[in-house]
Design a protein around this ligand. Structure first.
Ligand SMILES: NC(=O)c1ccc[n+]([C@@H]2O[C@H](COP(=O)([O-])OP(=O)(O)OC[C@H]3O[C@@H](n4cnc5c(N)ncnc54)[C@H](OP(=O)(O)O)[C@@H]3O)[C@@H](O)[C@H]2O)c1
Length: 216
């Protein structure tokens, strides 16, 4: 598949792109700056021998993509989606955004967002796109350690069952990872909030934690 990463120049977008490039997918790194997008693609080809990677402005990487990943901070979500607008119509869009902020003396704090979750806000803003959420609990650092299998579950939320299956299939292509259908859009809030807990656990225990659901 062709996978695009809007805001793909950060550690999370690059980490996911590296893993998916390694699995044989074509990746395109998007940025607010064409040059940074191109530099991001260069990082993928350096890290993954034989990768097919390109880069450019966010608006340039979206049109050819089968799945578009949103890998920028929550603070940029509304404006970025507004700018991309109709280019995302009909596309499978996977929102990786976890709304959070860092507070001195506290650490990561999950934000209560007006639309209940970043996913629900994205769905409301993009009524013609097939928006789901996933990978919010997956550490960028672990993703970029390409030789480490990642022991993790990826909880996929959304209302488009077929889109969820596509993203679950992609998650399953990362060694050690299991994609799970975690329900409808309202469930995404809990997944998104868990990211703050994981960041604080990582700081306290000096590790890279993630989640595994038992009993399924
Ligand atoms: N880092 C992790 O371990 C991790 C784990 C799980 C989930 N996440 C989630 O994944 C998302 C990306 O994480 P990250 O750590 O890669 O983030 P990041 O480094 O802060 O941002 C990623 C990229 O987004 C673009 N960006 C920054 N501010 C923006 C804005 N206001 N509007 C549009 N684009 C903007 C920047 O690219 P350009 O300047 O090139 O445009 C930046 O390189 C976040 O929502 C985060 O909560 C991260």
């Amino acid at each position: 598949m062709k996978l695009a990463f809007v805001g793909g120049t950060g550690p999370e977008g690059l980490g996911l792109a590296m893993r998916f490039a390694r699995a044989g997918h074509e990746v395109a790194i998007g940025s607010r700056s064409k040059e940074r997008g191109e530099e991001g693609a260069q990082k993928i080809t350096e890290a993954v021998p034989g990768a097919t990677a390109s880069g450019g402005a966010n608006a340039d990487v979206v049109p050819g993509a089968d799945v578009v990943f949103l890998t920028f901070p929550y603070s940029g979500q509304q404006a970025t989606l507004e700018a991309l607008g109709p280019a995302l119509d009909g596309k499978i869009v996977c929102n990786v955004v976890a709304p959070l902020e860092f507070q001195q003396g506290v650490g990561a704090v999950a934000l209560n967002v007006p639309g209940n979750s970043a996913l629900q806000e994205a769905i409301a803003q993009l009524p013609n796109a097939r928006v789901v959420s996933a990978f919010q609990n997956m550490s960028a650092e672990e993703l970029q350690h390409l030789d480490h299998p990642i022991e993790a579950d990826v909880l996929v939320c959304g209302r488009d069952a077929e889109a969820k299956q596509v993203v679950i299939g992609l998650a399953n292509e990362i060694a050690g990872v299991r994609g799970i259908d975690a329900g409808g859009p309202s469930q995404s809030r809990y997944v998104e909030m868990m990211t703050s807990l994981l960041i604080n656990l990582n700081r306290k225990h000096k590790t890279q934690s993630t989640i595994r659901i038992v009993g399924l």
